[in-house]
Structure formats: structure tokens, C-alpha cells
Design a protein around this ligand. Structure first.
Ligand SMILES: *Cc1c(COP(=O)(O)O)cnc(C)c1O
Length: 466
């Protein structure tokens, strides 16, 4: 009798004849569709043996479609960042400007002048793209672009300090995150670490003492503390003082700036983030920074400085291993043009978010609140703090307005929001879900509002009367 019931389940061939199945084949290809149908049918057989009804054809095809959709869903996908952390490393750091995205799309559409000199009609240099503009913007003599700033640090040390000493303050032997530890990278590069000073205080004379009586010193490394801050009884010599000391010993200073600001952060109510131009001005020999932190462009490591130090790195074998692709160079050029034209704070998302006026953020927060309340949620607009992130400006915050939603189980709401398309990433504070409009692009507003309203009735607190 079971056998008879099983025979009523349609076959793979029978299902493949359905118009809906043809649509699925169009989307996912025949072999994958057949595999998925087999899987769905074998599950259906088990269910029927356990006493379930014979599933209708429509139902089997819907299950097949869902199976294939989840099988082919990319794991790397866009999300809406409502955390208020502008340069969020886990969420892909800097979103790109429209011009940058277009430039990347254009260069990938066909062939390009990646290594072709149109004027001469012969082989050109990949390294020249973006580098002239980097020099123009920073005042440096020479520039080189590599895969990321971690590889820039590796290249500088391996290229210029192999088996030679690199002096660094004990206060700067930091772990930046994602396993990047300054002392470990130094070991990998073949440079010899010469630690000076103490965790909280390092003086010019500590550097001077290390230089005196040592022959084989390649450079003084100054590393940005990145995501932590030493407070209280602290001391560090200025970059200019170190440059002067280095010059007396013919030893260059290498400044690992990390975030690489080309614009001043103080007009936005934050501490001053060290700028690339300032280090160039101070006479630093080599400077490196990321392309996707405060520069606001694609992932890259940018090295600028004096030609005598940067140019040899372009010929180093590691430079070939760490080189960037055409997408990166096209995107970087387009991002740099914003700085040259002076429209960075309007066009580069990272800077637009930093510069967003509080009144505008509050207006959007109020609109979100209205929609949330109409859906019966208990939502309020309250003051909050956005952060820059990405290792820049540690501890610094930008006043913002957030929407706080009361929840019975905030973790479950967060889970539902993660399952949305696109997923929404929010912050949880106590029993409230916090959504910061600063890091949400305004064209994402409707998607965010719909997703929050949809997310699991019953997991929010019962609504208030608007
Ligand atoms: C972020 C950072 C790095 C690493 O840069 P990536 O571009 O992430 O490789 C290195 N040094 C400092 C000081 C940083 O802040």
C-alpha cells in the first residue's frame, strides 16, 4: 500500500515538463535543476512513507526553486550598515563613490591601457596609474600602489631594511586587528626590531641612544596607534623631531599612517587625524596608508615619499607579488579625482557620512520613526554616537541621532534582520535595537524601513500610541 502511494509522487521527467520547471532550468541550468528535483523528490518520498499527503506539483517546484536559490546565493553580498561605524572592516570598509564604481565597471568591460603607452604605442608601466595624482595631492616625489597597507609595510621593510635595524617605540608595537601585529610583520620582512622607550613614554633621546654607536640602522618606524589610545602620562617625539634626528644619522623616517587622511577631520568636531601631506611636509622619507580607510577608495596600500626610497621598491620582486589589478587602479584614480576637484566631501561616501549635518540625520531618523510607529513598534529618536572606525581616530565619536526600538528579544530581531535581502546590520544596546542613519545611504531608506517592519512581529515590544 505504501508502494502504491509512492507511485503517485510525480517523476523528475514529469516535473521537468512543467512550465515553471522550464523557468527554473533557465535560471539555474538543467543539471543543477535535475539534481535539486531528485533531492526534493527523495525528501517527499520519506515524508509520504511517514504518512504525509502526496505533495502537489506546485509545492515540489517551489521547494526546488528555494533549494537552488539558497544553493547559488553568494556568501559575499551587499548589506545595509545601520551600525553608525563608518569604516567597518567586517562590512567591507569604504563604500565607493558613483564615479569610482563607474570607472571600475568601465575598465572591466573590455581591454584597457593597464600596461600600454598610447603615445609611444608600446608597453607601459602599470605603476604609473594613480601615482602622478598621489604625488600631486600629497606633495610627495614618488608613489607606489600595492594590494593593501599590510603589504605596503611588508614591502617597505623587506625592500629597505632586510637584515638591518628598524627603530620603533615600545608604545607602537601594536596589533591593528585581523592578526596584523607590527612586531610580527617586522620579523616576516627580515628586518631587525630595535625597541626603544616604554609603553607610555618614549623620548627623542631614546631614539638618539639607539642610533649612536649602531651602524646598521635602516630606518626609524613610526606606526599610527590605530585603534587604541594611550592616555595620561605619555610622551612621544614629534615626526619633525624624528626627521631631524634621522637626518643627522642619514636614517630615513617611515611613517605607517594607517588611515591616510587627505582632509582635515577637525571641522567635523573630531580630533585631528594625522594627514599624509603633513608627514610629507615634515620631510618623512616614506609614508604608507590604506586606500579603503579615510581615503574612501578601493582596497589598496599606498606608499608615498622621496624617490630615493620609493623608486627601488617598484623594482623589488615582492612588488610584483603584491601588485594591484586594473579594478583597483581605475577605482583609485576616480576616487583621487574627487580630491583634485574638491568635491570629496560631497561625493566620497566616507566623507559624506562624516560631514553629514546632524539636522539631516535627525530628519531621516524621524521619518524612520514615523514608519515604525505606524507599524505598531515602540520607536524613539535619541542622541547617539557614530564612530569613524578603521583604526582611525580611536575613541573619537561624531554626535548623531539614532532610532531606538524597544524589543522583547533584540537578538532575535537582529537575526531576522540578518535574514532579510539585503541583510540589515544594527546595534543592540540593552533591550533596544539601535539604527543610525549616518551610515545608511538615503536610497536604502525604504528597504531598511520595510525590513524592520517585517522582522518578526512578536519580537518587538508592544507598540506605543503615536
Ligand atoms: C589598518 C592599518 C594597517 C593595515 O592596513 P590594511 O590596508 O588593512 O592592510 C597597517 N597599519 C596601520 C597603522 C593601520 O591602521
Amino acid at each position: 500500500m505504501d508502494e502504491n502511494r509512492l507511485r503517485k509522487i510525480p517523476s523528475v521527467d514529469r516535473l521537468l515538463g512543467e512550465p515553471e520547471a522550464l523557468r527554473i532550468v533557465d535560471l539555474f541550468g538543467r543539471p543543477s535543476t535535475v539534481d535539486a528535483l531528485r533531492l526534493v523528490l527523495s525528501q517527499a518520498r520519506c515524508e509520504v512513507l511517514e504518512g504525509a499527503e502526496i505533495p502537489p506539483v506546485d509545492d515540489l517546484l517551489v521547494r526546488t526553486l528555494h533549494h537552488l536559490e539558497s544553493r547559488f546565493a553568494p556568501t559575499l553580498q551587499p548589506v545595509i550598515n545601520a551600525t553608525g561605524v563608518i569604516i567597518h572592516t567586517n562590512l567591507g570598509r569604504a563604500p565607493l563613490s558613483a564615479d569610482t564604481r563607474t570607472a571600475i565597471e568601465m575598465v572591466n568591460r573590455g581591454y584597457s591601457t593597464l600596461e600600454y603607452d598610447l603615445e609611444g604605442g608600446h608597453r607601459g608601466q602599470r605603476t604609473m596609474h594613480a601615482e602622478r595624482w598621489l604625488c600631486e595631492l600629497t606633495g610627495a616625489e614618488s608613489a607606489l600602489v600595492v594590494n593593501n597597507n599590510a603589504s605596503a609595510v611588508l614591502l617597505v621593510l623587506a625592500g629597505l631594511a632586510l637584515d638591518r635595524g628598524v627603530i620603533i617605540s615600545r608604545g607602537q608595537l601594536v596589533e591593528i586587528g585581523g592578526g596584523f601585529r607590527v612586531p610580527d610583520v617586522m620579523v616576516q620582512s627580515g628586518a631587525q626590531l630595535i625597541e626603544v622607550g616604554t609603553t607610555n613614554r618614549t623620548h627623542l633621546r631614546d631614539y638618539a641612544l639607539a642610533l649612536d654607536g649602531r651602524e646598521n640602522v635602516a630606518m626609524i618606524l613610526v606606526a599610527h596607534h590605530s585603534n587604541f589610545r594611550i592616555m595620561g602620562f605619555t610622551a612621544e617625539p614629534s615626526i619633525a623631531e624624528l626627521v631631524t634626528l634621522g637626518e643627522e644619522h642619514s636614517v630615513p623616517v617611515y611613517h605607517d599612517l594607517g588611515s591616510g587622511a587627505l582632509l582635515d577631520t577637525t571641522p567635523y568636531g573630531m580630533m585631528h587625524e594625522p594627514m599624509v601631506q603633513e608627514s610629507v611636509q615634515a620631510g618623512v622619507g616614506l609614508i604608507s596608508f590604506s586606500g579603503d580607510k579615510l581615503l574612501g577608495g578601493p582596497q589598496a596600500g599606498i606608499i608615498v615619499g622621496k624617490a630615493q626610497f620609493v623608486d627601488p621598491l617598484k623594482r623589488h620582486p615582492l612588488a610584483r607579488a603584491l601588485r594591484v589589478d586594473k579594478s583597483c587602479l581605475a577605482g583609485l584614480q576616480a576616487t583621487l579625482v574627487h580630491y583634485l576637484r574638491g568635491d570629496a566631501t560631497q561625493k566620497i561616501p566616507v566623507w559624506r557620512m562624516i560631514a553629514a549635518p546632524l539636522a539631516e540625520i535627525e530628519r531621516r531618523a524621524r521619518r524612520w520613526r514615523r514608519s515604525f510607529r505606524q507599524a505598531g513598534l515602540s520607536a524613539e529618536v535619541v542622541g547617539g554616537m557614530s564612530t569613524v572606525g578603521g583604526g582611525s581616530l580611536p575613541g573619537e565619536t561624531i554626535p548623531t541621532k539614532v532610532v531606538a526600538i524597544g524589543c522583547e528579544s533584540p537578538n532575535r530581531v537582529a537575526e531576522y534582520l540578518h535574514a532579510e535581502t539585503p541583510p540589515i546590520i544594527a546595534r543592540i544596546e540593552g533591550d533596544r535595537l539601535i539604527l543610525d542613519p549616518r551610515t545608511v545611504s538615503s536610497d536604502e531608506d525604504p528597504l531598511l524601513v520595510q525590513a524592520v517592519v517585517r522582522a518578526a512581529p512578536g519580537t518587538y515590544e508592544s507598540g506605543v500610541d503615536p
